[in-house]
Every structure is written in structure tokens, then in C-alpha cells.
Design a binder for this molecule. Structure first.
Ligand code: ATP
Ligand code: MG
Length: 777
């Protein structure tokens, strides 16, 4: 048996089928952990072993890291030399490359800049300012979101102005000048020789539509196309795949409708549902066996996703062990939640010799990482945060990069505006405004105006003119260096010559020093890159390529995996990954599911899919944690456990909370009527000395049994004073956190029954009875 056959024989029969079908359109629909990504990998290796040239294969993945890993596995099978020529990466990175080589056709320079979200928001901000519009109505981030959704639906500026409905919709939402902003934004990007992320897809579509010869060239080149995570492709991506695969129809997509979680960014689940209509003789494969997770996790996840109405029917089973039950933990605050997570990781590492890298902490929103970080730091547990403000988004790094971007593309307006007067060199805002106006007037870039400053009358004094000329000369001198030296040499020169490092040294604060260290870290990264480049083709490290890597790098991509850290990330980022132990934190109503998703069934279903994705990342042990109150938007708010916990059948869960740990929140002073409690006014009573917290085992009744929403608690459920339905107005009750109070009103029925209670200390509060844990006294 050769190597290839050995790999195929390790797959089950259902997995082998899509690997062995060489030609034609096919779709693999299967639940989490069933080997979709593995099938793609082996399929590519098998194509190559059957003589398909690596140059003719295109594989599109969700992250560049996934692409690299796939390539490595393929290299293990077919050898490094062969695997090297495969085209693999995210849509954005693959098509950025193609756009560079075809840029002239679209009127772009091949060294076009890729604007990141910050650049785009900043540009929109200045357009709004120039148009003298109200920033509170025209919010730059929101406007960018709108523009992004137009682009992803292939609605160009022209199409926008031809579409009265769209214009009306924008006018209705008090943004009648949306179209003008869109137009300005597009023109300004073009003039700056810049594309934003959505342009990388939009322009690719334009390229393939407008130039049949270009389309034919890439159709001929990519004879075999494979797409992972197909359920999350948007319309623009869908059209690209469609166009490229049209000639040979050798298209293999894999996905799971239950893991479609990017609708908010335009992902279109119909792409997966309609695949069979788009091609002829589509073969549909299903995989049913999950290899990733223990049985408890697989079955609990099935339980959850069953609640969704819109879904394809799928079976997922596993022959893995039952594994431990999913552990549920309740804490009083988000701080305590963090401490629980850190303590558990610490314990597990001690008891079971586990590595940090075997744990992941997943949350719904980036802001939740802070409490986790604090707790991990206190226990000296190394961690890495993915997403959020990435290294390359930091101000000092973006400043250096802006200079480098100008070296490559001096038209890059966002880069120019960023550093034209940083460090301060006497080119003030008024001057920049004049330059911008002139640039718009002449339909040129600001840099070009600056180059000809002595010939244009902008009413600038001669001192300012000289400063502008000095700046131009400096950038040009960098360009000369770039032609003769490698990227590392140039960057080091730039950081000195521009005075950037000097500026931070002057600052002298710990933050300033940290920033210098970050710049050093950037230099290390560039060194690495240039050395790597030299190894590959003996050439000097090309700056342009480095910048492209940076522009498209997601945090996941930078994970070299060589140091051992706990992974912290949003669930959105965790797609496709797996970890032995997974904590899903902040499982509270209004947080997860998000408050913004409760309006429609489809939004709620997307949240549920997100929970499904989270749970199915776990191989061995999943923890679900929630806090009864947490700081949100600067306020301490009360929360109820997420409905997703109770959607899991009890038999898969184990409740961890101490039966009687002695922990109680004692409100000491006033609590605001609506529950906005000032944390400084609360103190945590010490647990009773000498009584270690008791933990429930699975045979004991769960102390949180009365959070089960659909199963009203009966008064003999182990908590003899627990009441649910028998409360009446006037009852004096005791609440575990708010203390004593009197019921003044009761409303709603069944699971929605609420009591309005005036607490002696907490004031008036409305509580859902199924969560409130009241005792009548
Ligand atoms: P997701 O939907 O989360 O992206 P997936 O369907 O892509 O999951 P993979 O990541 O390919 O699943 O596989 C899940 C795990 O199961 C991986 O660790 C993979 O190596 C393993 N696996 C897949 N197929 C087999 C098999 N036939 N035998 C043993 N292990 C397998
Ligand atoms: Mg996968």
C-alpha cells in the first residue's frame, strides 16, 4: 500500500466517497467534527497523486492558518515540492494576489494598498466631515457596514443610484445622502490606489465579468476548486466560485448549515441550499460520524440544534466514549466567573498534566476577555487572545506601517494623512485640509499635490512649503532605499529617520516604552519575513509582500503554535478548530443569545448555531458558565442564565455549584431601583471558616434545577421553600441577593410570570419568577 492509499484507508467509507470521486460538482454536508476538512485535505492529495498538477488546484479556506495546516498535511503525503505550488488561502488572500497581477485592467496600480477597517472608517469619517453631515446620524462605522453590504451584494455606486428602493430605504433611516457618501468613498479609495476588504471580492467579480479572456485564463488554471466552510460564503464569494468553476465544473464544497454564523456579514445560507440547482449532476455526500468529541458533547449539541426550525436534517453520532458530563457553573459576578475558569485550568493542569494549549475560552463578545485575562494573569497562566485589537492594529505599529505603505504607494491617502504630521513637523490640520481640497479638485492624490506644491497656489507660507517638500523628499529617499535594500533594513531606517522612536523615547512613560518594544517586535517580524524570503528565492525580502501579508493577516494566522498558551477568542473565530477542554463563558440571556438577536426567529436561530459551533469545539470536556451579574456598558447588570443551557437535556449536564458555600452578596447600601448597582457598595461575605465548598455530584439534585424554564419547579424539588406559582401580592419574601422584600404586583403567566418586589434595601425590582429563587417568610 502506498502512502496515499494508506491515508484513504484511514477514512471511513462515507468519507472515502467524495475523496475518490475525481470529477464533477459535489457537496459534502455534514455536522461538526465529522471530517469535512479532513476529506478536503485527502482529496487534494489524492488528486495530485492521480496526476493533477498542483497549479490547477485552488482551495479556499476560512483562515490562512487553516490553509497552511492543510498544505502541511498534504506535503506529508505528496512531498514538499509538489505541495508548494498549490493555491490555498482565504478568498481575500487568493484574490488579492490575482488582482495584483491584473490590476491595470481595472485602472489600479499593482501595488494597490489594502485598507483595513480602521482606514475605511477614518476615511468615511473625513468624508462625513467634509460634507458637513451630522456624525451622530451618519455614524462612520455604520455607514461602512452599509457600504460593505452593498459591495457584497454587488451593488455598485451606479447600481445604487439606479435603485430607488435602496435610496428610499436610506432616506427613511434618516440618511438621504448615503449614496453620495458611498460615491465619495469609492472615488477616494480609487484615487488613493486602495481597495478595502470588500473590494477584493467585488473587484474580482468585476474582473471576471468584464474580461472574458481573464476569466478563461483562470478557469483554465483552476481546474479543481475546493471550498471549506461553504455555509459562510457571501454572495460576492459565491459568484466568484461559480464563475471560476463554470468551465470544468470540478467543484467540491463542504459545509454545515448548522454552523452558518456570518449572516450578519452577508453570508448566505442559500449558497449551500441551492448548490444542487446551480450545477448539473451534483453528487451530495453526507458524513455522520463525529470523530472529535465525546458522546455527551455530541448528543448535547444535537439536542441544541434540534430546536432550530430552519435546518437540513442530519444525523451526527459518535463511537467515542461517553466522556464526562458537561459542567455547568454559576457565579455571582463576571470576576468570579473568571476566577472559576482560571482555577479549573490550574487544577486540571496539576491533576492531569495538561498543557495550556489544550484549553480554550470562548465568548460571545470581545469585551468579555478582560475578566478572563485578569484571572489568568493572577494565576500566572499564559494565554493568547485572538481577535480584538491585534498587534498590527496598535497605533505605534500602524504609524510605522503607514510610512512603509507610502513607500510602496505614495497615493495611499489614509497612510499619508496618518503620518504627514506625526511626529509633529509643522504641517498642521489647515494645511492638510487645503491639500485635500486641492487633491479633490485636481482629481489627484494628496502626495501628487505635495510634489507640485511650488506650482499650485494654496496660500501657504514658504516655511510650510519647505516642510511639505522635505516630507516628499524623505519618502522618496525611502523609495530609493527600498530598491536596494531588504525590508528589514528599510524599516529600521524609517523608524529612526522619521523620528518615530525618538518621539516615544521622549515620552518616557511605561506605555511609551511598551510601544517601543512593540516596534522592536515588528522589526523582529520583518526580519523573520525577509530571512524566509531569502531562503525561498534568494531574493531580498520584498516590502510589498510583507505589507500584503500584514494587511490580510488575521490573528489566527499568526499563531505559530510554538508556545503553550490558553486560547481566548470569540466563538466566531473558533470555527473549524478543536480543543480538549472548552469553556463557553457568559452564557446569559441578552449576552448569549445577544440582546440584539431576540427580535426575530432567524436571528435567534443564528445565535443557536453559534452556540452549536462553540459546543462542538470541545473534544473531551465542555464547561458552560454564567454570572448572575456582570459589568456591561460600565454598569453592573443582573442576568439570567442563557436559554441555551436549558435546551440541553439534563442527562448530559453536571451542575458544579456549591450546595452551601457560604458565599452571599450582602448589599450594604442603597441599590438603585433598576438594579444598576455600584460595585464598590457591595462586599462579598467570607465563606464560613472550616467548611470547604461542597460540590454536587451528578447523582445529587441540581441546585439550579429551578432555572429550567419549561419545567416549573414543584415545591418538593429539593428546595423545600422554593415557590413558583403560589405567590400573591403582599407576600413577604427573601431573595438570595436582594434580601427581604414585599411583592407589590404580579404579572404574566407560566414561564413569563414576573413579580414586582419592593426590597428593603434594593428598592423596586421586577423579577422573573422562574429565576428568582424566592422564599416566602
Ligand atoms: P468542523 O465542522 O468543526 O469544521 P470537520 O467536519 O471539518 O469539523 P475535521 O476537523 O475534519 O471535521 O475532523 C474532526 C476531527 O476528527 C479531527 O481531529 C480529524 O483529524 C478527526 N477525524 C476525521 N475523520 C477521521 C477518521 N476517519 N478517523 C479518525 N479521525 C478522524
Ligand atoms: Mg472543518
Amino acid at each position: 500500500m502506498n502512502e496515499m492509499q494508506r491515508y484513504i484507508s484511514q477514512l471511513n467509507e462515507a468519507q472515502q466517497a467524495p475523496v475518490l470521486q475525481k470529477d464533477g460538482p459535489m457537496i459534502v454536508i455534514a455536522g461538526a467534527g465529522s471530517g469535512k476538512t479532513r476529506v478536503l485535505t485527502v482529496r487534494i492529495a489524492n488528486l495530485m497523486s492521480q496526476g493533477v498538477d498542483a497549479f490547477n488546484i485552488l482551495a479556499l479556506t476560512f483562515t490562512n492558518k487553516a490553509a497552511r495546516e492543510m498544505k502541511k498535511r498534504i506535503a506529508d503525503i505528496v512531498g514538499n515540492n509538489e505541495a508548494k505550488n498549490l493555491w490555498m488561502g482565504t478568498f481575500h488572500s487568493v484574490f488579492a494576489k490575482i488582482l495584483r497581477s491584473e490590476a491595470d485592467k481595472l485602472g489600479y496600480p499593482s501595488n494597490f494598498t489594502i485598507y483595513d477597517t480602521q482606514d475605511s472608517v477614518r476615511l468615511i469619517g473625513s468624508i462625513i466631515k467634509e460634507m458637513q453631515l451630522d456624525k451622530d446620524i451618519y455614524k462612520p462605522k455604520q455607514i461602512l457596514g452599509r457600504i460593505s453590504s452593498y459591495k457584497n451584494s454587488l451593488i455598485t455606486v451606479k447600481a445604487y443610484f439606479n435603485n430607488p428602493e435602496l435610496q428610499e430605504a436610506d432616506a427613511m433611516s434618516k440618511k438621504p445622502r448615503m449614496g453620495e457618501i458611498y460615491q465619495q468613498y469609492v472615488e477616494r479609495c480609487f484615487k488613493s490606489g486602495a481597495m478595502d476588504f470588500d473590494d477584493l471580492l467585488l473587484k474580482t467579480n468585476e474582473l471576471l465579468n468584464r474580461f472574458p479572456d481573464v476569466l478563461a485564463k483562470y478557469q483554465d488554471r483552476f481546474r479543481y476548486i475546493l471550498v471549506d466552510e461553504y455555509q459562510d460564503t457571501n454572495h460576492s464569494q459565491y459568484l466568484i466560485v461559480r464563475a471560476l468553476s463554470d468551465r470544468f465544473q470540478n467543484i467540491c464544497v463542504v459545509g454545515d448549515d448548522a454552523q452558518s454564523i456570518y449572516a450578519f456579514r452577508g453570508a448566505n445560507i442559500n449558497n449551500i441550499l441551492n448548490f444542487q440547482k446551480d450545477y448539473e449532476n451534483v453528487r451530495m455526500y453526507r458524513l455522520e460520524q463525529n470523530y472529535r468529541s465525546s458522546k455527551n458533547i455530541v448528543e448535547a449539541a444535537n439536542n441544541v440544534i434540534d430546536k432550530n426550525k430552519t435546518k437540513l436534517d442530519k444525523i451526527v453520532w459518535t463511537s467515542n466514549d461517553d466522556g464526562p458530563k458537561i459542567k455547568v457553573h454559576r457565579s455571582l459576578t463576571d470576576g468570579e466567573e473568571g476566577r472559576f475558569v482560571a482555577a479549573t485550568i490550574f487544577e486540571q493542569k496539576m491533576q492531569n498534566q495538561m498543557l495550556n494549549g489544550q484549553f480554550a475560552i470562548l465568548y460571545r463578545t470581545n469585551a468579555q476577555s478582560r475578566a478572563m485575562e485578569d484571572a489568568l494573569r493572577k494565576r500566572d497562566i499564559p494565554y493568547r487572545i485572538y481577535g480584538g485589537l491585534s498587534f498590527y492594529q496598535r497605533k505605534e505599529i500602524k504609524d510605522v506601517l503607514a510610512y512603509l505603505r507610502l513607500v510602496i504607494n505614495p497615493k495611499d491617502e489614509e497612510a499619508l494623512v496618518r503620518v504627514i504630521n506625526y511626529p509633529a513637523r509643522g504641517i498642521g490640520d489647515t494645511t492638510v485640509e487645503k491639500l485635500t481640497v486641492a487633491a479633490n479638485h485636481y482629481k489627484r492624490s494628496i502626495f501628487e499635490v505635495m510634489e507640485h506644491i511650488d506650482k499650485i497656489d494654496l496660500k501657504l507660507n514658504s516655511g510650510t512649503k519647505t516642510k511639505i517638500q522635505d516630507f516628499v523628499t524623505m519618502i522618496k529617499s525611502f523609495q530609493v532605499i527600498n530598491e536596494n535594500q531588504d525590508a528589514f533594513f528599510l524599516t529600521e531606517h524609517v523608524t529612526k529617520k522619521t523620528g518615530l522612536v525618538q518621539e516615544l523615547k521622549k515620552d518616557g512613560t511605561p506605555e511609551g516604552i511598551a510601544k517601543i518594544e512593540n516596534i522592536e517586535e515588528l522589526l523582529n517580524g520583518i526580519k523573520d519575513f525577509t530571512e524566509g524570503q531569502k531562503e525561498i528565492d534568494g531574493a531580498r525580502g520584498a516590502l510589498a509582500e510583507f505589507l500584503e501579508d500584514v494587511a490580510l493577516a488575521t490573528d489566527l494566522d499568526k499563531d505559530t503554535g510554538d508556545d503553550d498558551r490558553v486560547a481566548l477568542m470569540t466563538i466566531h473565530l473558533a470555527k473549524g478548530l478543536e480543543f480538549p477542554h472548552v469553556f463557553i463563558v457568559g452564557l446569559e440571556e441578552d449576552l448569549f443569545p445577544s440582546a440584539m438577536s431576540l427580535n426575530t426567529r432567524s436571528e435567534l436561530e443564528e445565535e443557536r448555531r453559534l452556540f452549536y459551533v462553540a459546543l462542538t469545539r470541545a473534544e473531551h470536556q465542555a464547561y458552560l458558565t454564567y454570572a448572575q451579574s456582570r459589568y456591561r456598558w460600565g454598569k453592573l447588570v443582573d442576568s439570567e442564565p442563557s436559554r441555551f443551557i436549558e435546551e440541553i437535556n439534563d442527562q448530559y449536564l453536571e451542575y458544579l455549584n456549591p450546595v452551601d458555600s457560604g458565599y452571599r452578596y450582602k448589599p450594604v447600601m442603597d441599590i438603585d431601583v433598576f438594579g444598576d448597582i455600584d460595585k464598590s457598595k457591595l462586599r462579598l461575605a467570607k465563606p464560613t471558616a472550616g467548611t470547604p465548598p461542597k460540590y454536587l455530584t451528578q447523582d445529587q439534585p441540581s441546585p439550579t434545577a429551578n432555572i429550567r424554564r419549561l419545567k416549573p419547579v414543584s415545591s418538593n424539588s429539593g428546595n423545600s421553600n422554593a415557590v413558583d406559582a403560589n405567590l400573591t401580592v403582599g407576600n413577604i419574601v427573601m431573595h438570595e441577593r436582594f434580601g427581604k422584600g414585599q411583592i407589590v404586583n404580579i404579572e404574566g403567566v407560566g414561564a413569563d410570570k414576573k413579580a414586582e418586589i419592593r426590597f428593603d434595601v434594593g428598592g423596586l425590582k421586577k423579577l422573573l419568577l422562574r429565576f428568582a429563587k424566592l422564599e416566602v417568610i
